[in-house]
Design a protein around this ligand. Structure first.
Ligand code: AMP
Ligand code: DBH
Length: 538
């Protein structure tokens, strides 16, 4: 049984095929096309995998999972960090037509439960090194809450019956891959979100594979590419823009790092002669600071291209990259929902420093809408509206939200405020969605507000962004309580509910009441101003 999702209309689907965007190949092709290649595909610490080894490991795991009864059309909840097993697991599941959600390693109980509720997974694949899975309590609870769940497979597990490493090492038998059809769901991508529960994005083989191939083309990835993946590897940016899957497609090498700190990454770059990496803006600031302190950019000599995306990059910071790091900058403005924009390698400095690039596909339709949904002229600031061969047509099982996130013609409204120049280049000007972008990590205000309101001492709560010199934005919770709360108490409460650390409010403000707009909604603009004034004063 195929997984349900909102399909592209037939006329567009036909057009995307005709133009060759949809190649009717499964994502498993990314590895099988290199199955005889003995070049190193992946390095994690002291572990190295050739393409041949990576492909064989994925096949062995696919066999092991199928042997235990996993079936095409089922789903998997996966949480692995920046480890080789993330890719082995992804390809293994794709080979047997099981669609995973790849949760981020920073995710905690609340996020994992929300994903499980939505996809009703048959299997959980996770890491004992994650606090949630260090003991069986959470696993047991997941099993109780999700009758669909039949199996847990764990990394760093001593019980061979459910050890991911043991599964990967089980001998292979005759295996014929049964990926889902190319125009069906391959896996679910995670939305940064703006709603109470984190939303899932069905991605098909056809649409995702196109976005990878086209990214590889634009960024010039090939067998000489040595890509350092130091941001969360499961994130859409790190996976597909062109990311690790782009590197694999092109036959280059991925080197994994656990975090983007300069102390970890600089030696890796030097040792592995890394020539391209992808960062979020705060990491760029820290790298520049580190270069300043070390008095040299020598460890980064091999670096040719630095991609920066996920959050707004200031022009000042952008200009420092070629000057101080000594490599080219590429801005990437993307979203797990689809549309990805790149500045091109041949662009002039003005475009590279001042814009967030242009859509990668000639058939990406992008226009700017005013608040009534009418098109605005070039240069005007308004809502980003888009559809195209790799932009989804609906969140998974979210009919109400989809009704407002898309217009009548299937254009997705990302919630970003942009201006579009005559030459097609986009500048991100702001945001309309109720989200905080904390240095590339997205926080849906409503999700945190709902959790705060579950506290019986809290009457009203509103989460807004406040400016931060390193992260761009941090979060501030305004709270109306039955009694005063200390910030540590609120944070402890949220941590105990279980949410990713980056979603914990950076600042808590107790107030008598929340300001309202004329129509009676919480006036977040006013709250943002209030906290800005306070920050200025302190
Ligand atoms: P997500 O929903 O988590 O995939 O995040 C996508 C969102 O991240 C976009 O809609 C933008 O709000 C933001 N974003 C991504 N890249 C950039 C960028 N280069 N500049 C500004 N905002 C960005
Ligand atoms: O922020 C993002 O989600 C993002 C940024 C750059 C993304 O999904 C991408 C490139 O593909």
């Amino acid at each position: 049984m195929a997984i349900e999702f909102t399909r592209w209309p037939d006329d567009l689907a036909a057009r995307y095929r005709e133009k060759g965007y949809w190649a009717d190949l499964a994502l498993t092709d990314i590895l099988t096309r290199h199955a005889q290649n003995d070049a190193i595909a992946l390095t994690e610490g002291e572990r190295h995998y050739s393409y041949r080894e990576l492909e064989m490991a994925a096949t062995r795991l696919a066999c092991a999972l199928r042997r235990r009864g996993l079936q095409t059309g089922e789903t998997a909840l996966v949480q692995l960090g920046n480890v080789a097993e993330l890719y082995i697991t992804l390809f293994a599941l794709l080979k047997i037509g099981v669609a995973p959600v790849n949760a981020l390693f920073s995710h905690q109980r609340t996020e994992m439960e929300a994903y499980a509720r939505q996809i009703e997974p048959a299997v959980v694949i996770a890491d004992r090194k994650h606090n949630l899975f260090a003991h069986d309590d959470f696993l047991d609870q997941l099993c109780q809450q999700n009758p669909s769940l039949r199996m847990a497979v764990l990394l760093n597990e001593s019980d061979r019956e459910r050890s991911l490493s043991a599964f990967i090492n089980e001998p292979q038998e005759n295996f014929i891959a049964t990926p889902s059809a190319a125009d069906e769901v391959a896996f679910f991508q995670l939305s940064g979100g703006s709603t109470g529960t984190p939303k899932l994005i069905p991605r098909t083989h056809n649409d995702y594979y196109y976005s990878i191939r086209r990214s590889v083309e634009i960024c010039g990835f090939d067998t000489a590419t040595r890509f350092l993946c130091a941001i969360p590897a499961a994130h859409n940016y790190a996976l597909s823009s062109p990311g690790s899957l782009g590197v694999f497609y092109g036959g280059g090498r991925v080197v994994l790092a656990n975090d983007p700190s300069a102390t970890l990454c600089f030696p890796l770059i030097e040792r592995h002669q890394i020539n391209v990496t992808a960062l979020v803006p705060p990491a760029v600031s820290l790298w520049l600071q580190a270069i300043g302190e070390w008095g040299s950019n020598k460890p980064l000599e091999s670096l040719r291209l630095l991609q920066v995306g996920g959050a707004r990059l200031s022009e000042a910071l952008a200009a420092r990259i070629p000057a101080e790091i000594g490599c080219q900058l590429q801005q990437v403005f993307g979203m797990a929902e689809g549309l990805v924009n790149y500045t091109r390698l041949t662009d002039d400095n003005q475009h590279i420093f001042q814009t967030q690039g242009k859509p990668m596909c000639p058939d990406d339709e992008v226009w700017v809408a005013d608040e009534h949904g009418n098109p605005l002229p070039h240069g005007a600031v308004g809502r980003l509206m888009t559809r195209g061969p790799y932009t989804f047509r609906g969140y998974y099982r979210s009919p109400e939200h989809n009704a407002s996130a898309f217009d009548a013609n299937g254009f997705y409204c990302s919630g970003d405020l942009i201006s579009l120049a005559e030459d097609g280049y986009i500048t991100v000007q702001g945001r309309e969605k109720d989200q905080i972008n904390r240095g590339g990590e997205k926080i849906a205000a409503e999700e945190i507000e709902n959790l705060l309101l579950r506290h019986d001492g809290i009457v009203h709560a509103a989460l807004v962004s406040m400016e931060d010199s390193l992260l761009g934005e941090k979060s501030c919770a305004f709270i109306v309580g039955l009694r005063p709360f200390r910030a540590v108490e609120i944070r402890r409460y949220l941590r105990e509910l279980g949410i990713a650390d980056f979603k914990l409010p950076d600042r808590i403000e107790m107030v008598e009441s929340l300001p309202l707009t004329a129509v009676g909604k919480v006036d977040k603009k006013r709250l943002r101003q209030l906290i800005a004034d306070k920050q200025l004063a302190s």
